[in-house]
Design a protein around this ligand. Structure first.
Ligand code: CP
Ligand code: NVA
Length: 307
């Protein structure tokens, strides 16, 4: 039996995302009605964190428990992972003792190598290159508020980072447009931009990127692992703060999203993130529901008839 991993957004075809969005809705509705749903009794997720997390840890751990299973947290400091055990060896051992693995780490290559030696599905919980679970929840949140995302326009303002890269993959698969504005020197890597052809347009002026957008989204100027660039980035990104003027360029009913944690007064103004167009709390909550659908799918396949 082939193992289905979720290491990048494009690991699944478009029709499987349509299934996952519908499944997320069912799982969320059921959870809101306090209905028990325990398809994963006696199943265990191992969560490996080499970087800090609030939302990702909580949503995977709570989600696994709510599905009737258990989650075990490992970090670099307290395990042999920080002492140079080869990732291939760790994958062999860990995947013999659990049913699914989630990893948050630095290089994408680490999750790819782990997956290549794993007996069980592996989920990318954020790498320097990608954050696919975030975009799964973000697109579900968009659909919940505004309906299908196909044909819509998403403005990405700021760093061309892991979250941006996953948005770009999603745009290609799910057929929506990305308008990206980054400061000079922080553009999308040329080979990535080329790959997405007609689905991505880059703008020097962030105001222009926001024009007629259905969704405006941003993220921190300095991602985890790049802290030594912080001061240089603060100077370079100063004009890439999503504020009320930028939001006014977008459609009147445009949504604002941020994966969080946010820095008010840097990448977004308080007026926007705490304002009426912001759906950041729904977005954060939907990590739980969307990832429960993802875990169920990776472990059990498509569930028929409402599960
Ligand atoms: N958005 C997100 O992944 O948050 P955490 O870093 O808190 O997990
Ligand atoms: N781009 C950010 C996302 C945090 C959830 C980072 O990698 O630090």
């Amino acid at each position: 039996m082939t193992i289905q991993h979720f290491l990048q957004f494009r690991d699944l075809p478009a029709e499987e995302f349509q299934y996952l969005f519908e499944r997320t809705r069912i799982i969320k509705d059921r959870f809101k009605r306090y209905e028990k749903y325990h398809p994963l009794v006696d199943r265990t997720m191992v969560m490996i964190f080499e970087k800090a997390s609030t939302r990702t840890r909580l949503s995977f751990e709570a989600g696994m428990q709510q599905l009737g299973g258990a989650a075990i947290y490992l970090n670099t400091r307290d395990s042999q992972l920080g002492r140079g055990e080869p990732v291939e060896d760790a994958a062999q051992v860990i995947s013999r003792m659990c049913d699914i693995v989630m990893i948050r780490t630095f290089e994408q290559d680490t999750v790819e190598r782990f997956a290549a030696h794993s007996r069980v599905p592996v989920v990318n919980g954020l790498t320097n290159e990608y954050h696919p679970c975030q975009i799964l929840a973000d697109i579900y949140t968009f659909i919940e508020h505004r309906g299908p995302i196909a044909g819509r326009k998403v403005a990405w303002i700021g760093d061309s980072n892991n979250v941006c890269n996953s948005w770009l993959q999603a745009a290609e698969l799910l057929d929506f447009e990305m308008c990206v504005s980054t400061p000079p020197g922080y553009e999308i890597e040329p080979e990535r931009a080329g790959r997405f052809g007609g689905r991505v347009e880059q703008f020097e002026d962030p105001m222009q990127a926001c024009a007629d957008a259905d969704l405006v989204t941003t993220d921190v100027w300095t991602s985890m692992g790049f802290e030594e660039e912080n001061e240089q980035r603060r100077r370079a990104f100063a004009d890439w703060c999503v504020d009320a003027d930028m939001m006014r360029m977008a459609k009147p009913d445009a949504l604002f999203m941020h994966c969080l944690p946010a820095h008010r007064g840097e990448e977004v103004s308080s007026e926007v993130i705490d304002g009426p167009q912001s759906v950041v709390w729904d977005e954060a909550e939907n990590r739980l529901h969307a990832q429960k659908a993802l875990i169920e799918y990776l472990m059990l396949g498509r569930v028929k008839g409402g599960g």
